[in-house]
Ligand binder design. Structure first.
Ligand code: ADP
Ligand code: MG
Length: 698
């Protein structure tokens, strides 16, 4: 059957070739279907009338009923405008037009009843409404108007007359063209079981709601569908993969693990660490390939979990590999692991770009023979020359710096893909993780090792430097080390360096008795590492840096994190930076330095930082303040998601719910053959074709 909604948009009444090109380019609308799935971003209730005395400059669109008292033209040239003084008996406002003055003066008459619709603003102390919609009161039956849709259109579109109103007309034309109902895209069973309205009813009401209740039902149905297919897609990929690849079966926890546990482990595992290790062991023994995201706040002890998982692989005769985003981090992991395994007969090697010549050859050879059991490194481990005898377990630290493609590269280093553990300190809210990483199972370390003192966070204005420096001096006097971080302004790297250099000079002048080191992104890696090293080994007391210290560096003796221009940082970045301190037993401090004048949203961000150290609370707050598209880390992950109606920040519960629904369907119909589900697989196939990002998710 020919589906009319696939018809090219240019044949729709009111469109034509030029507008079609505009719709293609500006909004990605090519077919009638695309048009129908371009939803209004808001609705305005046109059944309600306001009184002028109720109005202030902060209201959205409002509607008034009254008379024009008089007209007046004002201003010269481009400023020339027509002003109509309009009253409803409770006050007077100005209606203002900058175009079509002559025409308007002929059209509207003083002392007749009109309904005026528009957005009020305050100008020169008077309330006015620019370019309002005006209708004679007798022509308009308000009760029949109800909720009016508003569509986002671009500047370009508006300039050629394709504004929200005109767009709405196109949608109405499209509906007029459809004969019969729009075909259903969910199975009958789902629609019935979950009390959804039909797709046809949903689409009609999302554009032209008959009443608020129908609008709500339409929104629910469309959100349900959108999230459902995302989850169905992800879960099906996961199932397919499980069928294709058998996971390595690690049944044993053996000698290496047990020796480590009973003899080398320097402290008690936290409850959370124990739980996560159990989850990992279960995965590895299940016969399916593990793909697990391990989230844990900075300092929660992820490294130990990673190491113990790697030991399980070793116990089962396999090698393990751990990858970190920078040389500093890789080297730090290497040192940590060597120390933890001290006295045990396990060969660990470090491979990075700077490891060359004979040393490198030796490592590569050891990997092939299996003598090197644990390899720690940077991107260098991905190179084609790096081959293992039997790679069974891969740990990726600080996930958001590595893309999906790199993950896949590691997989390919063994015939049967190794188990994968991805660790991140960016606390991604669960709902978002599910959408972003899809088929990754998620483990959370939600408990810090005992004895940690919560970091005290203080917000300070930058005119109070004297007291700030006094505080720093006191800490240095007690033998502690200090970070001072400057923001990175992407558009202007020169500016950054200037900020940083000035800051560096100021600090050197203020603390002549101290060694100060300096680190920024424009330095050569070797130079940067050397400076970093001076801080790590305690030679320098103060480190002045841009955000390069954000990830992973561990200097337990550092107790103060000063963040300059803190207003320029996002919440999750502030939290990451703060996590660089508070790693030892001493009381640590984070000082957020800002100018005096702050935007409302910035003030909220800083307040949250002062109030809580809980990464998940901060991530949730971040998501609410900024929306998911902006969340740090999502950009780099390579998974763009283009949600038309659902909102990850607000629809988390629904997301979880539809995941269950999708999972149940796959459970009952793993081969996707049940007739009752036919429509689902068809729709999924269609979506995979049109939505390029979907294929990349797994
Ligand atoms: P992150 O999760 O940020 O990678 P790390 O693994 O670097 O955290 O651990 C932070 C610090 O906490 C390290 O110094 C580590 O030795 C210590 N640590 C980890 N687990 C425990 C524990 N169970 N008890 C006490 N200290 C721990
Ligand atoms: Mg770490």
């Amino acid at each position: 059957m020919f589906d009319i909604t696939t018809r090219d948009i240019k044949y729709l009444q009111g469109v034509g070739p030029q507008r079609a090109t505009m719709l293609n380019k500006e909004l990605n609308i090519f077919s009638l279907r695309d048009l129908l799935y371009y939803f209004p971003y808001k609705y305005v209730d046109r059944s309600r009338l306001y009184y002028i005395h109720e109005i202030d400059g902060n209201m959205p669109y409002i509607q008034l009923k009254g008379q024009i008292l008089s007209f007046e033209t004002m201003g010269e040239g481009r400023q020339r405008r027509l002003v109509a003084h309009f009253s409803d008996g409770t006050g007077v406002i100005d209606l203002v037009w900058f175009q079509g003055i002559k025409y308007l003066m002929g059209k509207y008459k003083a002392h007749e009843e009109y309904i005026v619709f528009g957005k009020p603003t305050v100008f020169n102390g008077r309330i006015n409404v620019a370019h309002p919609d005006i209708d004679p009161a007798k022509d308009l039956s308000l009760s029949g108007m109800g909720l009016q849709p508003y569509y986002n259109t671009t500047e370009k579109m508006k300039r050629s007359g394709l504004n929200s109103h005109a767009f709405g007309k196109l949608v109405a034309n499209a509906f007029a063209l459809l004969q019969g109902a729009i075909p259903e895209t969910l199975s009958r069973k789902i629609v019935e079981n979950h009390h959804l309205v039909s797709l046809d009813e949903a689409l009609r009401n999302i554009h032209f709601p008959q009443n608020p209740d129908k609008l709500r039902k339409a929104q629910y149905r469309l959100k349900f569908e959108e999230l459902f297919y995302i989850q169905l897609n992800i879960l099906r990929y996961a199932k397919d993969r499980q069928r294709k690849f058998r996971g390595l079966y690690f049944e044993r926890v053996g000698e290496i693990f047990n020796t480590f546990y009973s003899q080398n482990l320097p402290f008690q595992l936290t409850g959370a660490q124990k739980r996560v290790i159990k989850e990992i062991r279960k995965d590895m023994g299940s016969g399916r390939q593990m793909n697990r995201l391990l989230q844990g706040d900075v300092g929660s002890g992820k490294t130990l979990v990673a190491l113990m998982s790697m030991l399980i692989a070793l116990d089962n005769g396999y090698q393990a590999c751990m990858m970190a985003p920078t040389e500093i981090l890789a080297a730090q992991h290497y040192e940590t692991v060597k120390q933890l395994l001290f006295g045990m007969d396990v060969r660990v090697e470090l491979l990075m770009g700077s490891v060359k010549g004979k040393k490198r050859d030796e490592i590569l050879k050891g990997l092939l023979t299996g003598e090197v059991q644990i390899l720690i490194g940077t991107h260098a481990v991905l190179e084609n020359t790096v081959n293992f005898s039997s790679l069974g377990m891969v740990v990726i630290d600080e996930q958001h710096r590595f893309g999906v493609a790199q993950r896949a590269k590691l997989w390919a280093k063994n015939t049967n893909p190794p188990h994968v553990l991805v660790m991140t300190a960016t606390p991604i809210p669960r709902t978002l993780a599910m959408t972003l990483y899809g088929d990754l199972d998620v483990s959370v370390i939600d408990e810090l090792p005992p004895g940690r003192k919560p970091i005290q966070t203080i917000h300070q204005f930058d005119n109070r430097r004297t007291s700030l420096y006094a505080g720093i001096r006191k800490q240095i006097g007690e033998g502690r080390q200090i970070y001072i971080v400057y923001p990175l302004i992407k558009e202007s790297e020169k500016m950054d360096i200037k900020n940083l250099e000035e800051g560096y000079e100021q600090v050197c002048a203020e603390f002549p008795e101290c060694n100060v080191c300096k680190v920024h992104g424009q330095m050569k890696p070797a130079e940067k590492d050397a400076e970093m090293q001076r801080f790590v080994n305690g030679e320098a007391q103060i480190m002045v840096a841009t955000t390069v210290v954000e990830v992973g560096v561990n200097v337990p003796n550092a107790s103060v994190m000063v963040i300059e221009n803190a207003e320029r940082f996002g919440l999750s970045q502030l939290h990451q930076l703060r996590g660089r301190v508070g790693r030892g037993a001493d009381q640590s401090y984070c000082i957020l330095v800002t100018s005096y004048k702050l935007a409302e949203e910035t003030r909220k961000r800083l307040e949250i930082m002062v109030q809580t150290c809980d990464g998940f609370e901060i991530a949730e707050a971040d998501l609410k303040l900024r929306g998911p598209g902006d969340l740090e880390g999502t950009q780099q992950s390579g998974v763009a998601f283009d949600l038309k109606i659902a909102d990850i920040a607000r629809d988390g519960q629904l997301l979880q719910y539809v995941r269950e629904v999708a999972s149940n369907i796959l459970e009952k119909d793993p081969m996707c053959v049940l007739p009752e589900n036919e429509v689902l697989w068809k729709q999924l196939q269609a979506l995979r074709k049109t939505n390029v990002n979907w294929a990349a998710i797994s």
